[in-house]
Design a protein around this ligand. Structure first.
Ligand code: KG4
Ligand code: ZN
Length: 340
């Protein structure tokens, strides 16, 4: 079985092909970062217009580069939400039009399920049940996964998502959007113990998160310095901020593992590309006698590979989506049907 995946929920136009026997054959990602850089964030209308320009050529290239024709494709999986409506509509319209013209099944895939399943794409050692820590630009969630598609929310952020906190702190310091990867690089030269920042919700019972207070604490520090920071101060501030975020994510993940008595943690979403986070989660799980899994780095941020893979699993389980499904800006993974 071969599934074509399409991802257009935000500022990446991506097309991938997943083959049941050979794995991910291709995962083409066109990033619009440069287009939005001068606005300090993604401009939805510009993003949607750019998806229109890039999507069909990318599909064409993906087929040519894999030496496949439309006849080899069994299903077309597209991101139907959550995400920016105008952007989602482009992917959904193209996917459904192609499915109709080629007489294939169109599959409406949840973007966060795509992230959640991404570590499994190239690793068949991951066994159920597991705890999923989803950390992206729009979400921070701990999810209990007893079966694929059967997701139970244990905790989530009450305000900013963790990637959003990285991006907002980056903006405060004049870094380009998205700032997560740059912050993790600059933080390497800093002292994570130098600046005392809060660890929000750490002493709070339950598994929810909060990152807006931490961002405000960074703002206060920068304001106190009248916006003039030496390179060393900047590196120390970013290292201290990153450490505060990581400590919170590690502590809550540990709590979720202990509470459920699960032995496996799966971490996905753009922020899971953070190497210091990977290291500290690795240390925590090792001490607990548990295991942690991440996706390959290029599968952490938005990509169609994860959408093609989720589509493959659902098509294989004969859960072809209703062709009339609408795109949704909000669509909790907990609303999904179990994959049999
Ligand atoms: O999953 P993703 O590509 O898009 C969403 O679904 O939101 O995540 C993007 C987020 C951005 O906020 C970006 O700053 C963050 O992931 N990010 C990182 C790193 N790489 C990307 N955050 C921390 N450290 C990184 N290395
Ligand atoms: Zn994403």
């Amino acid at each position: 079985m071969i599934v074509l995946g399409i991802e257009t929920s935000c500022d990446e136009t991506s097309v991938a092909i997943y083959d049941e026997d050979k794995g991910l054959l291709i995962n083409k990602i066109y990033s619009q970062i440069k287009l939005h850089a001068k606005y300090g964030g993604v401009v939805p209308e510009l993003a949607a217009r750019d998806h229109i320009k890039k999507l069909l050529p990318l599909i064409n290239e993906a087929l040519i580069e894999t030496n496949l024709t439309k006849d080899a494709i069994d299903g077309i999986a597209y991101t139907a939400g959550p995400g920016m409506l105008g952007c989602l509509l482009i992917g959904a319209s193209v996917a459904k039009a192609l499915a109709f013209a080629w007489n294939k099944t169109a599959l409406a895939i949840n973007h966060m399920e795509g992230h959640l399943l991404s570590p499994i794409i190239e690793n068949n050692e991951i066994k159920l049940p597991f705890i999923a820590l989803l950390v992206s630009g729009g979400h921070t969630q701990l999810i209990e996964v007893k079966a694929l598609g059967d997701y139970h929310l244990l905790g989530e952020t009450l305000d900013d998502a963790v990637g959003e906190a990285f991006d907002k702190v980056g903006k405060l310091l004049g870094l380009e959007y998205p700032a997560g990867a740059t912050i993790s690089k600059l933080a390497k030269n800093g002292d994570p113990t130098k600046i005392d920042l809060p660890r929000p919700m750490l002493k709070h019972p339950g598994l929810d998160f909060s990152f807006s207070g931490l961002k405000t604490a960074v703002l206060h520090y920068v304001t106190k310095k009248q916006n003039i920071l030496t390179d060393t101060e900047k590196a120390d501030l970013l290292a201290s901020f990153q450490q505060a975020v990581i400590e919170t994510l590690v502590a809550k993940s540990k709590k979720a593992l202990k509470q459920t008595n699960f032995k496996t943690l799966v971490v996905a979403g753009g922020v899971s590309a953070n190497l210091e986070l990977r290291k500290q989660l690795g240390e925590m799980t090792q001490k607990l006698g548990a295991q942690v899994f991440f996706a390959d780095l290029q599968l952490c941020t938005d990509n169609a590979g994860m959408i093609a893979f989720a589509g493959f699993l659902r098509l294989k389980a004969e859960q072809d989506a209703n062709l009339s499904i609408l795109v949704k800006s909000k669509w909790p993974v907990t609303d999904l049907a179990k994959i049999n």
